[in-house]
Design a protein around this ligand. Sequence first.
Ligand code: PEP
Ligand code: MG
Length: 359
Amino acid sequence: EPELSGEFAKILEWADEFRELGVRTNADTPKDSATARKFGAEGIGLCRTEHMFFEGNRIDAVREMILADDEEGRKKALYKIKPYQKEDFIGIFKAMEGLPVTIRLLDPPLHEFIPHTDEDIEKVAKYAGVPADKLKAKAEELKEFNPMLGHRGCRLGITYPEIYEMQVYAIIEAACEVKKEGVDVLPEIMIPLVGHSKELEVLRNITEKVADEVISSYNVGLKYLVGTMIELPRAALTADEIAEYADFFSFGTNDLTQTTFGLSRDDSGRFLPAYIDKKIYREDPFISIDQSGVGELVKIGVEKGRSRKKELKTGICGEHGGDPDSIYFCQKVGLNYVSCSPFRVPVARLAAAHAVLSE
Ligand code: PEP
Ligand code: MG
């Protein structure tokens, strides 16, 4: 079990006396959450729920859901997954003991769920009790040429609201049960890939309806927040309108870099080294925030968001949140926190203190 100790731990304690930025972690499991806390994480800034849909044989139910004909079929499959989702969240809430936990609702490019081989299709057909050729036709129909710009993020929540409903039930039921056991919980529900305030308006309403129903049925005074990722240029440019429906913003600089540069985060390896070598880009924009492009959008997002809602909480959960140069930038634009992988938490604490001292 990794742990901080001795002089290094002491130096980080000194750093904490100076830093203003909060430091959270990106963690999807109780184990990662516990590790991050040992390194000094003050909450979870991003819990991605995608992996929970792939674990073990849950993928069969997920595929049954995606290939279903209608809402009823999707719900039938979704509620097979719900008990597992709930267990996942209970574990994470317990590990974080009342620190804020930002859980992002589902955001996979759909092609990751669609079965590709006949063997996979046969398996789902058997599991769901549906003819394989019917599922095959549906899988064909759902294929996209450009999945990263396609049916993902909150677009899934808009077209299939039952997915997000199930997740909110699982999150809030888990939170209420943990709270009933006497452990504090602070869930923050985060909607991905929002590009238009209307998307957040609709999804916030669905979230609140479900959450409030669950909270009153458990009769616990649970508080929760609803916020959004800012990871599309349009979201940053219209952040004032979006802030109307958000308690917090978290900048998803992985997608924001991809969409600002028009550069695939998955295929950039082909030519990016040449760009860096020829000094066209100063450095890899997926590692360090490109301050005049992506950074400018973050700055606009923070300013516009706060112009509409002064108390708006702002953070960053893209990979850049663990990069010292980017952390300096986050301090400069006045974010409230950065969130990074557990093993980067110590570096982030140190960089956040340096950023204040260098000011
Ligand atoms: C991001 O886009 O920066 C982000 C944190 O989300 P993901 O990497 O899961 O797309
Ligand atoms: Mg993203």
